[in-house]
Design a binder for this molecule. Structure first.
Ligand code: NAD
Ligand code: LMR
Length: 342
């Protein structure tokens, strides 16, 4: 269960998935920002899920074509399109899981926090609609800066009186996917077996891979730890620079988000053995939001896995302490924004 079951499934796609008590499609998933760089490949991957009965695609433009195209795939889910604010409520009614990749991406030279002014408003507006139309849904926030957009979403849900901290997630799966890839490459390991927990947040030094907790057990030199940690922390920037103004990670992000969607649906379906890392309300540190491994269940976060943030190496311990001020400031910025707007 600690392994990447999404990747594993892709490798054994000729076999039935081994999980799930009710293998038939039954869940409704909405993607807000569905015609964007992440939204489109994410919609395709979610369309492939055997657990999805309906896929609701929402954007402010260009979503009709995406839905018409995707709807021709002969997988079980029905694809419906919704364009613009007037169709948002209908998009959300009855959905079990909402994924939000709506918003602007970085260009070279920008930090994720530089996106705050535009994306904070987008996330706020969308989460208000979620609160009004499907308050019980799982909410996966992808829009950056995740360190602030998740606290914004929490405040909005509180203001609407429907906040359930167990069902609000900042998607940090891409950090885990990258860590697994880079470690497997560096140490010449079988990719499918490598599992590195990544904790903290989702920006620069707040992304903290716990390499000492890698499964299977791997020995790293001090130089390897520094090199891998820095690469994982800067991997988003690596893609932003390679795309040279055309956006940030979209394909690897869609892959990672689809893994997190599939894990969440398996948990909703009654699989009692689902673990992922995500940025959630937390009491593992003094920070109110913190990414760590979580156990997912029918009602969302069933447990925060505290064991992995104990027994850290000196390097990890120092890195954890030094990420806290930045993460705290990003959380407070999000909360202040949402409270000011209320
Ligand atoms: P994009 O510009 O290609 O797509 C964004 C989409 O959002 C567009 O289709 C746009 O029309 C739509 N949109 C804008 N305002 C909207 C609104 N009010 N309602 C609904 N849709 C709206 O960008 P992208 O590459 O898909 O990235 C989207 C976001 O995801 C960015 O903020 C980016 O930083 C973030 N991101 C996060 C991670 C992560 O690991 N969490 C990884 C990659 C990207
Ligand atoms: C990523 O990690 O790829 C995303 O957060 C996008 C970005 O701006 O780097």
């Amino acid at each position: 269960a600690l392994r990447d079951t999404f990747a594993r499934k892709a490798h054994i796609s000729d076999q039935r998935p081994q999980y799930g008590l009710h293998p038939q499609a039954s869940f409704k998933v909405a993607i807000l920002g569905a015609s964007g760089g992440i939204g489109q490949p994410l919609a395709l991957l979610v369309k492939m899920s055997p657990l999805v009965s309906a896929l609701h695609l929402y954007d402010i433009a260009n979503v009709k074509g995406v839905a018409a195209d995707l709807g021709h795939c002969n997988t079980p889910s029905q694809v419906l399109d919704f364009t613009g604010a007037s169709e948002l409520a209908n998009c959300l009614k009855g959905v079990n899981l909402v994924v939000i990749p709506a918003g602007v991406p970085r260009k070279p030279g920008m930090t994720r926090d530089d996106l705050f002014n535009i994306n904070a408003n987008i996330v706020k507006t969308l989460v208000e609609a979620v609160a009004d139309n499907c308050p019980d849904t799982f909410i996966h926030i992808i829009s950056n800066p995740v360190n602030s957009t998740v606290p914004i979403a929490a405040e909005v849900l509180k203001q609407k009186g429907v906040y359930d901290p167990k069902k609000l997630f900042g998607v940090t799966t891409l950090d885990v996917v990258r860590a697994n890839t880079f470690v497997a490459q560096k140490k010449n390991l079988k990719l499918i077996d490598v599992d590195v927990p990544v904790v903290g947040g989702h920006a620069g030094i707040t992304i903290l891979p716990l390499l000492s907790k890698t499964k299977p057990t791997v020995n790293f030199t001090d130089e390897e730890v520094v090199e891998l940690t820095v690469r994982i922390q800067n991997a988003g920037t690596e893609v932003v620079e390679a795309k040279a103004g055309a956006g940030s990670a979209t394909l690897s992000m869609a892959y990672a988000a689809a893994r997190f969607v599939e894990s969440s649906l398996r948990a909703l379906d009654g699989d009692g053995d689902v673990y992922e890392c995500a940025y959630v309300e937390s009491n593992l540190t003094e920070l109110p939001f913190f990414a760590s491994r979580i156990k997912l269940g029918r009602n969302g976060v069933e447990a925060l896995i505290s064991s992995e943030i104990h027994g850290l190496t000196e390097y990890e311990h120092k890195a954890l302490e030094s990420l806290k001020p930045e993460l705290k400031a990003s959380i407070e910025k999000g909360v202040a924004f949402a409270q000011k707007q209320a």
